[in-house]
Design a protein around this ligand. Structure first.
Ligand SMILES: CC(C)(COP(=O)(O)OP(=O)(O)OC[C@H]1O[C@@H](n2cnc3c(N)ncnc32)[C@H](O)[C@@H]1OP(=O)(O)O)[C@@H](O)C(=O)NCCC(=O)NCCS
Length: 246
């Protein structure tokens, strides 16, 4: 996978319809900024934040949603605090402005956001825990073709292969908006590291396979991440959101 140049910025270039903007946010913000972050969340987001048992998880939720608002405000020209969201039938969030789409994911200390114009997008990030029962989970959740690809990998590539598969599967169920209501064994992804032609099959529906671009992005050491987009991608721009931009 090619290394990525993350551009540190407070504003992004205009988003073209055939491009994707991917933002990376480190969630360990200083305490003082958490109050500012909380102040721009909606009453519903604040209620969700209150439900976390651990302070760390609550802070990360607050930061990830405040950052989402700040990032989106650049695309739709609205103050972060007044942005309103709606939801698809399986909970996929959307802006009320139908021309800008987004998706977000977080794991451990990182959040990722993907922004597109007039097309669906899904993104997933996973921190790669080394101590999990990879083959057991694969047998339970992966399609047969994916299990075979995983078994064929050299031992040293199995952890990364497992998580790339997982992240690609999640990015796909997120781009179609169905989440876990879509059976994970009904589609398969490739485990090859590069490119965006990694959706292999969906219920024997070749048109569905052609509809999406799906591939991995190298976000940070110890993490696997994948991006799924409707149609072809001509360019992906990568941005780092700096807490001081708040
Ligand atoms: C939507 C789903 C995919 C969320 O996945 P997740 O890994 O728990 O969480 P992520 O951080 O990647 O994404 C969560 C974000 O996705 C978005 N989201 C929620 N529902 C969504 C949907 N139906 N489609 C797309 N995006 C959705 C929201 O922005 C959500 O953020 P929020 O909860 O902070 O508001 C969900 O179906 C799920 O619970 N997955 C469980 C993971 C699993 O068992 N995977 C097995 C893979 S082999």
């Amino acid at each position: 996978m090619d290394p990525i140049h993350w551009q540190t910025t407070q504003s992004a270039p205009p988003l073209e319809p055939d491009e994707v903007h991917v933002w990376r946010v480190f969630l360990d913000w200083p305490q003082a900024m958490l109050h500012q972050a909380l102040s721009i969340l909606s009453p519903e987001e604040k209620k969700r934040a209150e439900r976390f048992v651990l302070d760390l998880h609550r802070s990360q939720f607050i930061v990830s949603h405040a950052a989402l608002r700040h990032i989106l405000s650049r695309y739709i020209n609205q103050p972060a605090a007044v942005i309103n969201f709606t939801q698809g039938t399986h909970g996929k969030p959307y802006l009320l402005q139908p021309d800008v789409q987004f998706n977000m994911s977080d794991s451990k200390q990182l959040a990722l956001y993907a922004i597109t114009k007039n097309r669906e997008v899904g993104i997933d990030i996973e921190w790669m825990r080394p101590d999990i029962d990879r083959m057991g989970i694969a047998k339970r959740f992966f399609a047969l073709q994916e299990q075979q690809q995983l078994r064929a990998l050299p031992q040293a590539q199995q952890l990364t292969g497992f998580y790339q598969c997982w992240a690609r599967k999640e990015a796909y169920i997120k781009v179609i908006g169905q989440g876990l209501s879509f059976p994970l064994a009904n589609f398969s992804v490739s485990l090859q590291p590069d490119g965006f032609n990694n959706l292999l099959s969906v219920n024997d529906d070749t048109e569905e396979v052609k509809r999406w671009s799906l591939g991995s992005i190298a976000v940070a050491e110890g993490y696997a991440a994948a991006l799924a987009v409707e149609g072809e991608i001509s360019k992906i721009h990568y941005f780092d959101w700096m807490a001081r931009a708040f």
